[in-house]
Write a protein that binds this ligand. Structure first.
Ligand code: AMP
Length: 281
């Protein structure tokens, strides 16, 4: 595995590979890698000549300074995992490399049609501006044929898809299903901050997503949402939202919705914020 920390040297390598007609798959991450990340890398390996993984904890997408400070860092183990799965290139830049002119740097403004203001956007103001900023920057450096993102961050991939359309990008976004622990808990780098007891309590999120799926046909959407919220609270979590939305516009699902119904949830277990989602049909 080749490791790059400088933008210019990675760009040179990429242009050499492209001259040799190599296809490039790209998996952007913030490190603390788990099997969810690995499934993205495997998908990329299957469909591209070269797989590039970036590890960059992007400060501009953290609306909560404490979350940024506590974000787990496990670079030695990450490198072992990346080698094991056969990653070709690791990009490990520092903040100055990504934002040479300061954190407000933006490649191109995009119109997200308000998608960035809903749900996660409401509870994490500025989060998606940071995500769009860093993904644009990384895409301009790596210039991949294929980009891999997890379904786990549902709103994120909807927004990045919108961004790619707006930019008339040639990069294709591939969404990979959520990888879960045996218990059903969605894998997340932040899970290491949960105690055993908190992990068990957090399963209520998966249970309620399944509840929504099982009762979607016969139960009213609002009743499902209210029931899920009350059960999440009963377990001692602090829910921010549990919503059944249409996957095309992320608005509340109803009979006129054009997309597919998906339940999305965000809740705090202690000082750890968890998100998850599930398609309902
Ligand atoms: P992160 O390092 O948390 O920014 O995540 C990097 C990429 O991995 C994002 O596209 C996430 O959606 C994806 N990802 C995170 N957790 C999972 C998971 N449990 N299953 C599949 N993909 C995931």
């Amino acid at each position: 595995m080749q490791k790059f920390v400088k933008v210019e040297s990675l760009k040179n390598r990429i242009s050499f590979l492209k001259h040799n007609f190599q296809t490039i798959g790209f998996v952007p991450t913030m490190g603390a890698l788990h099997d969810g990340h690995i499934s993205l890398l495997k998908e990329s390996k299957l469909n591209n000549d070269i797989t590039v993984c970036s590890i960059f904890v992007n400060p501009t997408q953290f609306n909560n300074p404490d979350d940024l400070l506590k974000y787990p860092k496990t670079i030695e183990e990450d490198i072992k995992k990346l080698k094991k799965v056969g990653t070709d290139i690791l990009f490990l830049p520092n903040v100055k490399e990504i934002y040479p002119n300061g954190n407000t740097y933006i490649e191109q403004e995009v119109n997200l049609d308000g998608l960035d203001l809903l749900w996660e956007g409401e509870f994490r103001p500025g989060h998606f501006a940071g995500v769009v900023q860093v993904v644009q920057r990384l895409l301009n450096i790596v210039d991949p044929d294929n980009l891999y993102m997890g379904q786990k961050d549902f709103q994120q991939h909807v927004i990045i898809n919108k961004m790619l359309q707006q930019l008339h990008s040639k990069t294709v976004l591939n969404v990979v299903p959520t990888k879960r622990e045996k218990s059903g808990l969605a894998m997340s780098s932040r899970n290491v901050r949960l105690s055993e007891e908190e992990r068990i309590k957090s399963l209520v999120l998966y249970d309620m997503l399944n509840f929504a799926k099982d009762h979607f046909v016969e139960m009213n959407v609002i009743d499902i949402e209210n029931y899920a919220i009350s059960k999440i609270k009963e377990k001692g979590l602090n829910p921010e939202y549990f919503k059944i939305v249409s996957d095309n516009n992320l608005k509340q699902f109803d009979n006129n919705s054009k997309g597919k119904p998906v339940a999305i949830v965000a809740a705090w277990m202690g000082n750890v914020r968890l998100i998850d989602n599930m398609y309902l049909n």
